[in-house]
Design a protein around this ligand. Sequence first.
Ligand code: DC
Length: 354
Amino acid sequence: MAVNVVAIDGPAASGKSSAARLLAEALPGSVYVNTGSMYRAVAWKARRLGLDPKNPDPEKLASLLESTSMRFVPTPEGRELEVDGLLPGDELRTEEISAGASAVATIPAVREKLVQWQREMAEGNRIVMEGRDIGTVVFPDAKYKFFLTASPEERARRRLIQDGGNPSEEEIARVAAEIAARDKADSSRAVAPLRRAEDAVLIDNTGMTLAETVELLCEKIRRKVVLPYRVPYADTDQMGVVYYANYFEYFERFRNELLRACGYPYRVLEQEGIAMPVIEAVCRYKASARYDDELDITGFFAEASGVKVKIVCRIYRAGQLLVEGHTVHACVDMKTGRPTRPPRFVRDLLEPEN
Ligand code: DC
């Protein structure tokens, strides 16, 4: 698991660049990487060399990249992308370069090279990386994954306000249509289309301020519990895979850590007179785990209604979901043996299932 990576994906103008930049400032020692600017830089360099970035020639772009260097450098305006020792700055953000970036981003050789560089940027660094395919392709095993979105109208309004001025309803509708068309192009292309990774937390920030979005991201990061587990021989069966019933024990290991991370280890709950026996357990098997596999067991409190608590659990290997399931617990007052309301902290920590 890439424990040093926060991956943020989402459509154009969803606020992910600003949120990722502020998040990197809030997380000690983290650097912010805007991968969209790398695709823009390819279009920018192609344009400088007299190529048409909107109708890119894959072979020419591949050879152009062979003699290109990109790195993010600190500038008075924040971290900026340096291309072959030059700072293109605002030249990367013109309409022509936006359209060119969208076109060059469909070329497999370009994506391959940029993904390689993006992975190298995480070596020895804590990074907050933002783009379209970070949680799905670049770092499918990132510890923290988010998919940020907002309604097309809200995104159009933000884009227009960012460009200055007080947009009319017609302008908002026009830009919303352009944004929707670009979303369609980004999410329907054959290579690395924009989509939410299964395990990414979906955040629709329509109606939220930037500060609220960043606070929510920080809170989700603080709360995330992942238990690493290496499969011993003792857990496998004659077919060499983890015996199906063992996953329920893995769920329990995870629950223990989840409660501990919340500040209420199960033992403390029992000392306070609350037991949480399992009344339902569900497990869906998608792929097998084998001896010596390094698993990441994660999950969250999904529901608390009446006297019941539902805990979802998911088990991954290098970002691939192997098993998902849940347990439902009844909260019981150990003195009287009667059902009781779930502890307050559980109700405060509920996460929607997505
Ligand atoms: O985020 P942005 O608008 O600066 O991105 C510019 C273009 O690059 C956009 O059309 C999508 C594409 N892109 C991509 O395909 N993969 C990424 N990881 C980032 C951006």
